[in-house]
Design a protein around this ligand. Structure first.
Ligand SMILES: Cc1cc2nc3c(=O)[nH]c(=O)nc-3n(C[C@H](O)[C@H](O)[C@H](O)COP(=O)(O)OP(=O)(O)OC[C@H]3O[C@@H](n4cnc5c(N)ncnc54)[C@H](O)[C@@H]3O)c2cc1C
Length: 539
């Protein structure tokens, strides 16, 4: 007879591993027997966290997935402290780096000089304070009446910094712009109406992300952009790579008795009545050798992004009888293509332009968009740059990327679990040549002045099963209601959903953890992690 798992979790990304660890730790604290199993389709844990070690460059991991976090992200900070993971500051702003926009090579420091920037911008914004933080200026101009009406707050550039998530939610649900609800007002439209097209183009180009103005309404887009990408936010990273966090969670979960099965993809999910007469879930897994197994669980958690859920067989109650309930929830977010390329060089030729000890990022409106001076080996001056394109619909780089997704998977199949190998993500030749060419143009250098890269790796997160690197809320919906409902889409079916995609910290690990936390406290009876000693008890 098939053994019934108490709680089955699909996906060993951050939200799945965190859920497994929390559930088992809670059961252990209450001396309650509980079987928890995690099924992960790939050969490694961590999902969209992917730290790879470049060849011959000591003491660094390059982040092909998530790379940083902020001090206000309490769950990520709590976990890194609890597990004793070593952190460092990840420099972002460096005034001597380059902003190569519209064919003009400025320093980052010159981006607040209205005489230097090649954009047509309204006179009222042509001053350093406004140019420094156009998103904040737009928020104050457009939302001041709503903050007054809804919260009785006089919104200024100073008070804006104190606005809490709950206050953003209240304004997002009840505030208006031009007489229409903010959740039905495209962020991009509001910005153009408030700042003018030239200023919005400058904002997008100099930020280095095409995607942050994408898809969503002013209600969801403003808090995301202001809390995560303001001019005075410090970012941190993990010295041993962000992947060290899911690896450690994996170890902790296994030590508590969680059964983690790698290379085991869940294919279909159905409702079932268990032998004791209660509602349960039957699901099928497929191993990398094609072996299929049917399992039973009392409860099942899909810790997956939208595309991974869409790749499940479209059968069973989620997709069939109650499709009208589930589909709008599933499709409330859009996957955003993110692409990273890391290039290794024998010496840091770019320092002839940006100065010795290069750090932080340069930006450009060329397809490479953001360039991080990732690491310089002090002994031999070898260096790594990381190119990051938060792209538009079909990214320039994806079209050049001819690695078959299956090739990546099969290469990984013989690796030890948890070890990400640079070679598995080797970049195709055309991507290397084109990225190198754009780097030279960004720095205003000729190919005779720089060596070709000796190694390169890349990752396109649009590949299955991810569909995108991050997700943003679509227009015209009350995202907080969707986020609540999707935790258990059909009340009679013990299937739950968590992960970054339907969070209010989209594009961040914190979002993945926050939705897991919401699901565990609302539907599994756990106390908030802040009321346990889990974030402080680990040596
Ligand atoms: C380029 C990039 C940059 C980013 N930058 C940052 C950053 O700087 N800071 C930050 O905090 N976050 C960043 N993020 C976001 C962060 O990585 C994610 O929010 C987070 O890792 C998502 O975790 P998750 O558990 O929601 O999903 P995922 O990590 O997507 O995990 C889902 C897991 O499910 C598995 N899976 C899928 N389908 C199946 C199936 N059918 N059966 C079994 N397993 C399956 C997948 O293999 C995967 O392991 C970035 C992401 C990318 C791609």
């Amino acid at each position: 007879m098939t053994q019934v798992i108490d709680i089955a979790i699909v996906g060993a990304g951050m939200s799945g591993l965190y859920s497994a660890w929390r559930l088992k730790a809670d059961a252990a604290a209450h001396q309650r027997p509980l079987t928890v199993a995690v099924f992960e389709g790939s050969e490694r844990v961590g999902g969209r966290l992917l730290s790879v070690k470049p060849p011959f460059v000591n003491d660094t991991f390059v982040e092909l997935g998530g790379m940083r976090f902020t001090a206000t992200q309490h769950l990520v900070c709590g976990l890194t402290k609890a597990f004793g993971l070593q952190t460092g500051v990840l420099a972002d702003a460096n005034p001597s780096n380059i902003a190569y926009l519209r064919g003009q090579r400025l320093t980052k420091g010159e981006l607040t000089d209205p005489e230097r920037i090649p954009y047509v911008i309204d006179e009222s914004l042509r001053n350093p304070e406004s140019l420094q933080d156009l998103m904040a200026v737009a928020a104050v101009r457009a939302l001041a009446p709503s903050f007054k009406l809804v919260l009785d707050i006089d919104l200024t550039l100073d008070t804006l910094k104190q606005v809490t998530a709950a206050q953003w939610r209240a304004v997002g649900e009840r505030g208006t712009f031009e007489g229409k609800p903010l959740y039905e007002t495209p962020l991009h439209y509001l910005l153009v109406r408030t700042l003018g097209h030239g200023a919005v183009q400058f904002l997008q180009d100099s930020l280095g992300y095409d995607s942050v103005l994408w898809t969503w309404s002013a209600a969801d887009g403003f808090p995301f952009n202001l809390s995560d990408f303001g001019s005075d936010i410090t970012h941190f990273h993990l010295i041993d790579g962000f992947s060290a966090l899911p690896r450690r969670l994996h170890e902790e979960a296994v030590a508590l008795g969680v059964d983690v099965q790698l290379s085991t993809r869940v294919r279909s999910v159905h409702d079932v009545v268990l032998a004791d007469g209660t509602a349960g879930v039957a699901f099928t897994t497929v191993k990398s050798d094609g072996q299929e197994t049917r399992h039973l669980a009392r409860q099942l958690i899909l810790a997956l992004p939208r595309r991974a859920i869409e790749l499940l067989d479209r059968t069973g109650p989620l997709f069939e009888s109650r499709a009208s309930v589930f589909r709008p929830l599933l499709e409330a977010v859009s996957p955003i293509p993110l692409f990273k390329i890391a290039l290794c060089y024998e010496h840091c030729w770019w320092e002839a332009v940006v100065g010795a000890g290069s750090h932080g990022k340069s930006v450009t409106d060329m397809p490479m968009r953001q360039v991080y001076y990732w690491k310089v080996n002090p002994d031999d001056q070898q260096g790594v740059v990381l190119i990051y394109d938060g792209g538009l619909a079909k990214s320039y780089w994806e079209q050049l990327d001819h690695i078959e997704p299956n090739k990546v998977q099969s290469k990984l199949a013989h690796r030890r679990p948890g070890v990400e190998m640079w070679a598995d993500y080797a970049a195709p030749a055309r991507i290397i040549f084109e990225a190198h060419r754009q780097l030279l143009e960004l720095h205003g250098m000729h190919e005779s002045q720089a060596p070709a890269p000796f190694a390169a790796a890349c990752m396109s997160w649009s590949r299955d099963p991810f569909g995108g690197g991050a997700h943003f809320w679509n227009m015209g919906l009350r995202s907080h209601e969707v986020a609540e409902k999707i935790l258990q889409p059909l009340p009679e079916l013990p299937v739950y959903i968590c992960g970054e995609a339907w969070s209010h910290d989209q594009g961040w690990v914190e979002g993945a953890l926050a939705t897991a936390e919401a699901m565990l406290t609302r539907h599994f009876g756990l106390s908030s992690v802040l009321d346990t000693d889990l974030l402080s008890a680990h040596p």
